[in-house]
Design a protein around this ligand. Structure first.
Ligand SMILES: [Zn+2]
Length: 281
């Protein structure tokens, strides 16, 4: 087996026919997953990825497919595609927004599919308290876990950016500590266990947040920093991810290649970081 040098981590939010921001169409998602499967990519479990960071080899062309938040559309449209191609993903759940009730139909299963609102509309519905029309239910989470299409980890309990609330710093840190504890309790209550993998809301973190996350039992911290490489021996508290665009497989193959190439990858990342810094200044 040729071992992987670098494991790219893909970041998705919505897979839905309702076009909008951070949304991949079901057609493009199927193209991407089918392409990955055909090209011999291995979609790792979080455990295997953790092992890779600690120095255990994984096959070349390994990657990690991650989804943030836990939208209903992940079950309706992404789950059946992963099942069809034998691929595996992980979802970071906002545990306080996951509902109760029976599992709804997913695409290809027969039955009337639930509406899957686009991102802005989803945010408005959440603000209005219509959580169940936007987010997953625990029954759906369990169905995906049993099917082996997705595994589930913490993305806090409420997804609140406490650093942006008008509260003193010590209260902000106390609130984050509570987020860690509440999400761990919810995952344990509904799924029987909780992992050491955690994803920052809107990618925001600082040194205090990292310290508190580690104290709460989280070791693998997923960022939205795209321009870095996940290598064996790399820092598990800073896992790089890139956002997958609503494009076909050739785009994804090229992006994954750029992310993981031992020479071109770091050059590309430096160039993109330089461009970003120049735009910001
Ligand atoms: Zn999020």
């Amino acid at each position: 087996m040729k071992p992987a040098y670098c494991v790219p981590v893909l970041m998705y939010h919505h897979v839905s026919p309702s076009a909008g921001m951070i949304t991949t169409s079901p057609r493009n998602f199927e193209r991407q997953i089918a392409g990955l499967a055909r090209a011999g990519y291995h979609a790792l479990t979080a455990d295997a990825f953790a092992g890779f960071l600690a120095g255990e080899p994984v096959p070349d062309k390994s990657l990690l497919i991650t989804f943030d938040d836990g939208y209903l559309d992940n079950y309706v449209y992404a789950h059946p595609v992963l099942q069809r191609y034998g691929m595996h993903g992980i979802i970071f759940l906002i545990t306080g927004l996951i509902g109760d009730g029976p599992a709804r139909p997913f695409n290809g299963q027969g039955g009337q599919l639930p509406a899957t609102p686009e991102h802005r509309q989803a945010k408005a519905l959440l603000a209005a308290g219509a959580t169940d029309s936007v987010m997953l239910r625990w029954s759906e989470v369990k169905a995906m876990r049993e099917a082996g299409t997705f595994e589930f980890h913490s993305h806090t309990h409420t997804h609140t950016r406490w650093d942006l609330e008008n509260i003193p710093r010590d209260q902000c840190l106390a609130r984050m500590t509570q987020e860690f504890a509440d999400s761990r309790a919810a995952l344990t209550r509904h799924l029987g266990s909780v992992s050491a993998h955690f994803c920052w809301p809107q990618g925001h973190f600082d040194a205090d947040y990292v310290r508190l996350a580690k104290q709460a039992g989280f070791e693998y911290l997923y960022t939205t920093i795209a321009h870095g490489q996940n290598l064996a021996g790399g820092d598990p508290a800073c896992i790089y991810r890139f956002a997958v665009r609503n494009r076909g497989f050739p785009w994804l193959r090229q992006r994954a290649w750029l992310a993981s190439h031992p020479v071109i990858g770091p050059l590309y990342n430096r160039w993109k970081s330089w461009k970003r810094a120049r735009r910001a200044s």
